[in-house]
Write a protein that binds this ligand. Structure first.
Ligand code: SF4
Length: 75
């Protein structure tokens, strides 16, 4: 897969959605334990590393990341 630039926590769009590359560092009360990009329906990457997120076109997000738009992937 093409290497998309990693989304930075300090990117304005990332900040707007409370994205953090390390979900465990999120202080957002909306985050439930265990929620990460890896189990979000908008993530199309693998279980580890970085991959695309439908909400951040042109960037890759961390499988271990999180943002407020997290929605659990349907089985
Ligand atoms: Fe991660 Fe989902 Fe937020 Fe995208 S929408 S950054 S995959 S939690």
């Amino acid at each position: 897969a093409a290497d998309l630039p990693h989304l930075s926590d300090t990117d304005p769009t990332a900040k707007a959605l409370g994205y953090v590359e390390d979900a465990s560092k999120s202080t957002d009360p909306k985050r439930k334990p265990g929620d990460t990009c890896a189990n979000c329906q908008f993530f199309t990457g693998g279980p580890t590393g970085f991959g695309p997120c439908q909400l951040f076109p042109g960037k890759s997000v961390s499988a271990n990341g999180w943002c407020v738009s997290h929605a659990v992937k349907k089985a």
